[in-house]
Structures are given as structure tokens and as C-alpha cells.
Design a protein around this ligand. Sequence first.
Ligand code: SF4
Length: 699
Amino acid sequence: QGDTGDFDREVASICPFCGVGCQVSLKIKDEKVKFVEGINGPANEGRLCVKGRFGFDYIHHDHRLTTPLIRRADAPAKGLNVDPGNWQTHFRAASWDEALDAAANGLNAIGGTGVAGFGSAKCSNEEAYLFQKLIRQGFGHNNVDHCTRLCHASSVAALMENVGSGAVTATFNEIENADVAIVIGANPIENHPVAATYFKQFAKRGGKLIVMDPRGQALKRFASHMLQFRPGADVSMLNAIMHVIVAEKLYDQQYIDAYTENWEAEKAHLADFAPEKMTGICGIDAEVLRDVARTFASAKSAMIFWGMGVSQHIHGTDNSRCLISLALMTGQVGRPGAGLHPLRGQNNVQGASDAGLIPMFLPDYQPVGDADVRTTFQEIWQDGGVHPDKGLTVTEILDAVHAGDIRGMYISGENPAMSDPDVDHARAALAKLDHLVVQDIFLTETANFADVILPASAFAEKNGTVTNTNRQVQMGRAALAPPGAAREDWWITVELAKRLGLRWSYSHPRDVFAEMTQVMPSLANITWDRLAAENAVTYPSLSPTDPGQPIVFADGFPRAGGRAKFTPANVIAPDEVPDADYPMILTTGRQLEHWHTGSMTRRSKVLDAVEPEANCSLHPATLRALGAQPGDMIRLTTRRGSIDIMARADRAVAPDMVFVPFAYVEAAANTLTNPAIDPYGKIPEFKFAAVRIEKIADQ
Ligand code: SF4
């Protein structure tokens, strides 16, 4: 209980939007969140961005689901055709028992590999853990995935391969101990705004900030170098930089000898990437590439941050391999101010991945194919074994629906009807399912296709832990009861599991966390009670009183032999290059005010007032050539489909590009995107497609 002058009580919790994981204090008045303040968490030290400060009122929106729903027998054909304020045309209200029975019976009737699950990076660690356990135990296979497949799967693939761990090697706050930092394929001022404040402070105190992005961005004002390279040309640019480091012998031979393998192969591979040769591909002057190489290699301590501009390509894993190689050859891992940091997107995408919402790994990235690992889980889980085969990923699951191999799905807190590439293909798959159970707080685009809808809880209504981009496990606390008959997600998954015949007996998320600590070595020395008392503990924590290690791998890597690996990367063109029919480049991303598919932020008054309308950005010269003005509607067309959208002029966008945010259902960017995937991380190429742009006549 806090000051009751202006509010009735205050409750400490975690911001539900991005992976920075800012700690917040929710001020409650008359059983509503009245306002939010930042508190002194390890990642935010009291700071918040516009989403954390003003984006909370969606939890009180009229569209909240307050009762379980079952599709009416006389409902219109499945499609994107439900008004969330008038769902009675398609659904009827049901009791929890009726809805849970219907959900379980429908999935059970299909059973086995005919059922797949998408869990959520917006739910807690405990909820993610229960979700993957339900699919694995309840249906006997590993067809369970979540949105990590759409954001950093390729980064994780490269990190697992070459470093032996998928998480960051240093917190982003470590930048305060660095003297050089690269930010590539990330736009932190828009997407990780509180992290960006640390980056700006770093630059203001004299740190050299090297920003690499095909699109200009506001961090450019703080940058010592701004490399606006050609979209998709990351590998040529990074290999050229590393070529210079090799040619000028700027690498750290001592570190390489002590902690790495495959250096000679990497060195030989880089011989072909002289800056003069790569300039034509990446569009960056050879002297600039040399200067960046010297600046990075001569740093006492340097960090590399990257985002989805790196990962969302068919060569996303290769992009990350280059960044890892750059850090390894210069010995920039495992020390204060040094490290590799993929900036994680969703608030709990790190935790959901750690908890096993991945088709190839059990919790803590333990391979499903390892018999000893499976035995450990089977002993603790009871009720049947773990299947040894890797499951299908997000896009593979939807392909399997089209092929008729998957007929039932359980989707919690994910919105593939908006978030998947070639979204008409994803929507057609959802419509084709014989039985779809959706658990969410709103009647999302995906819930439009559901047979049963289970009303869930918002972050302010649930207890549970979440893990941010820094590996900080933090305690979220319920400040309010869920509205109407809505329930906490963990409760819903447990009730469903019981109806699938699983002997689960959890009565609180702390029971789930206790089980997680038995199977997840990363959680050693971290307990529910500790988190309740301390709010956050960084993993790994070396003792019951250690707040955790912000920097890892000072003395080697969790790979065979303790060495990290260089994996050479070749230049691979994007899957779909511009041509006469589709002459421009489409790229997609987020905006500061809107979060992912917009289900929450477009229902937040302040955020929606700032950005109320679907929009895309083009260079002013491109708009002029079209004969269009800022504010005009234009049509964007790719081989997948067309959208009509309002155009903005933005000099940060190259003249041959268009940038489209993906939060707007009325002009869904993913109508246009290319579903081609990276062969290792299986991540789609959201950041590059060939597009045609036309002005719409008669406006
Ligand atoms: Fe929330 Fe991220 Fe903003 Fe922090 S930076 S307030 S976690 S959206």
C-alpha cells in the first residue's frame, strides 16, 4: 500500500511492451490504473517511454473479453469479419466449464500431430512454461512455437552455434563502460526507447556510436558514424570491416588463441572482401569502412547491439554470425563494456524462449533430440515422454494447416492473422482449421477465426515473472482483478491440461516457477520468494545473495572445449529483388507509439491519438516522382497483395524504399511481405520485398 492521497494503492510491476523491461508503479484508484510511474529497476532506473507511461488504459477498454465465447452454429463463414464490440453475431457467451470442455474436446478429437500451439511472449515465464508443457505432454510432439520465430530466431541460431548461448553476453546498461558501440539494424529511439537513453548518454560523454541502418534514424544525431547501407547488404559491409581488421592486423591474437576456434578459416574467407570490392554492394565508401574497422578494433571496450534489421532476412543467421565474429576477433566479449546484445523485442520473448516455447528445445535450450535431457524432463513431468523429433516452426505450422496435416490449434496471446508474412496465407490457414482455441484479452484478428475464445488477463491483472533483454528475471504483480469472468492465463492453461488428461496440480504461479528451477539450470539460486523480495535477479546468479551476472563468458564459452567459433558468412541476395514490375524495396517495422499488431496500443487513448492512422514513409523525391503529396493515399503492391495507405515524406528513407509499420489492420503491412525464410533460424524476410507504388487517382 502506498500514498493514498491521489490514488488508493500502488503496485510494483513490469511494463508489458518491449524487452527493455522497465519496472513500473501502477497507481490504482477506484479499481482502475490512474497513472504509472517508473521505479528503480535495474534496466530503467526510474525511466519510462511514452508507451510505459501512457499506454496502460487498454486494460480498461470496452473491447476487453469478459466471458468465454463459443462460435455459434449459425455464425457466418470464418473470416476477418467480427466486430469486437458486437461479437454476438458470431459467438455466444459460455460458462468456463462449457468453454474449456469444448476447447479440450475439439483438440482431443484431432489429437497428436494434428494439433499445434502458438504460445505468447506477452505472458509470464510460468505461463510460457505451462503452454509448451501442455503441447508436449498433451499431444506427444514438439509443434509449439511463438513470436521469437518472427523476431530474433536467426540471432539465437547464430549465438547458439557460435557462442553456445542464445542470450545477451552483457546488459545494455554496460554501454556506460564502453568506449565504442555499434547499433545495427535497430532503431532504439522508437523500439527500445529507455535503452536508447543510455545510448545517448554514452555518446554525450564521448563514446563513439556507430549506427548502421538502411533507414536513417534519430540516433544519427548522436552517432560518430552513420552508415546508411543498402538494404540486405549487411554481410558485405561487415565482412569488409573485418577484412580491414585482418589486413591491418588489428585483431586480438591472444584472445583468439585462448577462446576461439576456426579463426584460420574465417581469416582466409575474409580475404575476398576488400572494402573496394564491397562498396558497390553495400553502398558505403571504402574509406568509411576502414575508419569504422579501425575505430572498433582500437576500442578498449566495445559492444554490438542489433535488432530485427539484422535478423529478419533470409540471411539473418549469416548477419549475426558476422557480428559475433567481429566481437570475437577483437576480443570484445566477457569484459565490462564489451559484449553482444541482440535487443529483444517483446517484454518476455527472452523468458518465453528460455521457458521452452520453441519446437527444437525444451526449457533452457535443452535439445529435444538429447535422450538424457528427455529422461530428466520425463522424470519431473511424469504423464508421458517427450518426443525426440524437432517440431514445426510458426510458418511451417501454418503451411502444415494448408496441407491438411494440422487441423487444430491452441493460440495464446499471439496474433498470426496480423503478424505472419503473407498474412492472407496465414488467415486462410486459420479459417481452414477444424478447431481453433484462442486465449487473449481482446477479440483479436486471430480470434475472429476461433471456435472457442478464452478471456485472459492483462499484465496488471496477473502475478508472474518475466525476463527482459538483459537476462533480468523480474516479478510482475497483479494490481487488479481481471474484468468479468476473465482469468489469469496460467489458470486457463492448467484447466485445459486437466481436461486433456494431464495430472497437473499447480495452484499458483510460484508452484510452476519452483518446477522450472528443477529443470532450468539458468535459474539456479533464483526463487519466487527472492524475486518477490528483490524484484529482479539477473541470470546466472552465482549464489542466493548474488544479484546476478551482467556480463558472461569472461573465461570461455558454454561450447565443447569452452571455445567460441568463427563461422564465415557469404553474401546472399535477398529472396526477391526489385525488377521492372516491382521496382522498389519494401521494409517493415514498428513505430514508437504502436506495439506489434496494435491490439493493445491502438486501444490506448494517448497512443492512438498520436498515431491514429495507417501510414507509410517514402523519400520526398519518390513522392514527387509519383505526383503525390504527403497525406495522399497510395497503393503498395507486391506479389502477395495490395494495400492502400496514407503516404508520409521522410528523408530518412532511401529513394528506392518504402517503410510500412505493421500495427494497422486496415492496411496490414504483412499483406505484402515475403514468407521466404532463413534456413537456420526459419525467420521470414520481413525486411525486404520487391514492391510497386502507385498514386491512387481521384482523391
Ligand atoms: Fe515499456 Fe520498453 Fe518503454 Fe520501458 S522502454 S517503458 S519497457 S515500452
